[in-house]
Design a binder for this molecule. Structure first.
Ligand code: B12
Length: 221
């Protein structure tokens, strides 16, 4: 693996945001995710490859979290580091915005604060030529409905990372389909599966941003 990518994975895993960040103490004074992502781009590394490094770091801290070897504050720092790196990648994912293919409204469902995956999907969709309306996290059904009203013909994306919040997708989809039956709704997030999507009446599911964009492209083709 490329040296920058591995270093970036370590920074995300350890929650090292940037060079000035005092946390974690043993990495004090060293480059953080912010500087490494910029340097990797300057070296000509592909944004996709840099993103893979971030996802690897997040995977590692996630595994430690599930094994009770890391806790919520460490996860928060990892998310902060990943966001710092993603700021540099954003323009690359968005660079395809010559002509908008359609509008994609996306949000993390009610009760759920996880937004890293949702942000990635939003960025890649924007890079894929769609106008993205990001409603943020903990998005209520009413907020989704208001956005559809404001952007007629939009496609809706919902993200959920908790088994306790993925169930909220069903009610939101039902309300959307009642008021706007032609609206396409796609869903994703770690606990979501194709069979769950089928069960709750979603029009599409993808485990990753590229698959999400393929679904959007299919709709506007
Ligand atoms: C970072 C993190 C946090 C951070 C979130 C910061 C942020 N800004 O997002 C913080 C610390 C806040 C957090 C809090 C909690 N978390 Co948390 N968290 C994680 C962690 C480590 C990583 C999640 C992540 O960002 N992954 C990386 C992204 C890139 O992956 P992703 O979201 O799955 O997205 C990809 C795909 O799913 C897809 N996708 C995502 N969205 C969409 C949408 C569409 C439309 C499509 C098509 C595709 C798509 O594309 C993305 C890119 O490939 C996971 C463990 C893990 N390894 O997954 C636990 C995890 C999700 N958290 C968990 C838990 C339990 C919690 C808490 C309840 C902990 C607590 N006791 O307080 C709280 C809940 C807070 C709340 N109300 O939401 C559990 C969930 C268990 C479950 N099955 O329900 C997990 C699985 C950890 C575990 N193993 O126990 N968490």
């Amino acid at each position: 693996m490329n040296e920058f990518v591995e270093q970036l994975a370590i920074c995300v895993e350890r929650g090292k945001v940037n060079k000035d960040a005092p946390y974690p103490p043993d990495l004090k004074g060293q480059d953080g995710a912010d500087e490494l992502a910029k340097k990797a781009l300057d070296q000509g590394l592909k944004p996709d490859t840099i993103l893979d490094g971030c996802i690897l770091g997040m995977d590692r801290i996630g595994t430690k979290f599930s094994e009770n070897k890391a806790f919520v504050p460490e996860l928060l720092m990892a998310a902060k580091a990943m966001t710092a790196a993603m700021q540099h990648l954003k323009p690359y994912f968005q660079s395809g915005e010559v002509k908008r293919k359609g509008t994609f409204v996306i949000g993390t469902v009610a009760g759920d604060l996880h937004d890293i995956g949702k942000n990635l999907v939003a960025m890649v969709a924007e890079g894929g030529g769609f106008e993205v309306i990001d409603l943020g996290n903990d998005v209520s059904t009413d907020k989704f409905l208001a956005a559809i009203k404001e952007h007629p013909g939009c496609i809706v994306g919902m993200s959920a990372l908790l088994t306790t919040t993925m169930v909220n997708m069903e009610g939101t989809i039902k309300a959307i389909k009642e008021q706007y039956p032609d609206t396409m709704v796609i869903i994703g997030g770690a606990p979501v599966t194709q069979s769950f999507a089928d069960k709750i009446g979603a029009d599409g599911y993808s485990p990753d941003p590229q698959g999400a964009v393929a679904l959007l492209n299919k709709k506007v083709a």
